[in-house]
Design a binder for this molecule. Structure first.
Ligand SMILES: Nc1ncnc2c1ncn2[C@@H]1O[C@H](COP(=O)(O)OS(=O)(=O)O)[C@@H](OP(=O)(O)O)[C@H]1O
Length: 401
């Protein structure tokens, strides 16, 4: 009786086939699916070099196709005045009171929970993503090569060997070089392996993240992360499919020497501890929310769906270097010593498919710009006016020079 009656009435639109009851576990999973409601009040802390642009694109597509309202940066900026601590008035429509209700906030910011809570509804789902600090540091070193901390160093190794001597935390933009995860979450990032109160500070940071966020994803397990997110938000598989955005071409990746990884873990000791903790809780969440077997099944369904999409949407079947991208609107922003890849659209697709495919491969800056124009057409027109001077924002920093 329990299985057949009210459950079917509560199905979210995207749950299509339920099958017949086999075991108690199956009934439980059916029950969870059938009683959950897709969440649309979402906060995503967009951390740096963690696959966060790919997630931003997922959130943009979800919100745009459902007419949800985004908490976008003031004056058409691409970031919420990072690296300053976030304040609610950084969001367009807050001070002017022109927006009544926001659904999704996901642009780069330095997190301050109390200020985010002033903008977002009470039942907002908070999540973020972490990446292994070693891989992250290699990516950051190439992308932010021009920051003062890295500027004069030949290699990441030479930076790490002399970091104590060269690193000055009070110089603008140097925060990218040290515990950037901790920094983005709003903590003091100045700590290394020999910092006296390191363990205490790491425990406090971890406890605060546990308190403020419902889910922390892991970049190394991106597909598993998307399945976990799908379950947590009660979304469909189609909602979490994506193409890898913002990835560097092979020519700008630098393999690390064996002991470099250890040096990075010591230099970014705070991030390393945070990462280790949430890597463990990630797998606990997989067990409690999805289960290992179902996870495997859903990950392979996701990959199949992505392969199908790549086949129909993309001209060259995959990512290409920016010099080969035909449409300037689809060219990702290039920065530092990195070559950031993008995609070309398959020219032989119908109009409806084209819209869907285009959204999947639109880079962060262009997509943010478009959403702003849709939400604030009059303000957007003013921002285009050459007499209305707005500082240009560059990914990675507010007013980066
Ligand atoms: N799906 C998926 N899975 C795994 N890794 C992925 C994915 N999407 C993006 N990436 C990698 O994430 C790096 C870019 O991160 P961000 O988009 O967060 O960068 S940014 O801070 O917004 O500039 C960048 O890493 P590097 O190539 O090492 O620089 C991307 O390759």
């Amino acid at each position: 009786r329990y299985f057949f009656s009210p459950v079917t009435l509560l199905l979210p639109k995207h749950v299509t086939s339920l099958g017949l009851p086999g075991s108690l576990a199956h009934i439980n999973s059916v029950h969870t699916k059938s009683t959950c409601h897709p969440k649309s009040n979402i906060f995503f802390l967009k951390t740096h070099k963690t696959a966060s642009s790919t997630i931003l694109n997922i959130l943009y597509r979800y919100g745009e196709s459902r007419n949800l309202t985004f908490a976008l940066p003031l004056n058409k900026h691409s970031q919420l005045f990072y690296p300053f601590f976030f304040a609610s008035h950084f969001v367009e429509g807050v001070s002017s009171r022109s927006v009544r209700e926001f659904h999704i906030m996901c642009n780069h910011m330095r997190f301050t929970k109390s200020e985010v809570a002033k903008v977002m509804p009470e039942d907002t789902f908070y999540f973020s993503i972490l990446r292994h600090p070693v891989a992250m540091m290699e990516s950051i070193f190439i992308y932010y090569k021009s920051i003062p901390a890295f500027h004069k160093t030949r290699s990441l190794d030479s930076f790490l060997d002399s970091s104590w001597r060269n690193y000055n935390s009070s110089v603008k933009n140097n925060h990218y070089a040290h515990n950037i995860l901790a920094f983005d979450f709003g903590f003091d990032n100045n700590a290394a392996a020999d910092t006296e109160d390191l363990e205490e500070r790491a425990s406090m940071a971890i406890a605060a993240i546990e308190r403020d966020f419902h889910l922390i994803l892991i970049s190394e397990y991106f597909d598993e992360s998307m399945i976990l997110l799908k379950h947590a938000l009660c979304w469909s598989l189609e909602d979490v499919v994506s193409f890898k955005l913002n990835s560097r071409s092979e020519q700008t990746r630098h393999p690390l020497l064996p002991n470099t990884a250890e040096k990075i873990k010591r230099w970014n000791a705070l991030d390393w501890r945070i990462y280790l903790h949430f890597n463990t809780t990630f797998w606990h969440k997989v067990d409690s929310l999805v289960g290992q077997e179902q996870m495997k099944r859903e990950v392979s369904q996701l990959r199949e769906l992505q392969a199908k999409l790549a086949n129909s949407c993309l001209k060259d079947g995959g990512a290409v270097d920016p010099s080969q991208i035909k449409d300037a609107g689809l060219k990702p922003f290039q920065y530092g010593a990195a070559v950031i890849q993008g995609y070309n659209l398959n020219p032989h697709i119908d109009r409806q498919t084209k819209i869907k495919c285009q959204r999947l491969i639109t880079p962060e800056l262009q997509y943010t710009d478009r959403l702003y124009t849709q939400q604030f057409p009059e303000l957007a027109a003013k921002c285009m006016d050459p007499f209305f001077s707005v500082p240009i924002s560059i990914p990675g920093s507010y007013n980066f020079t």
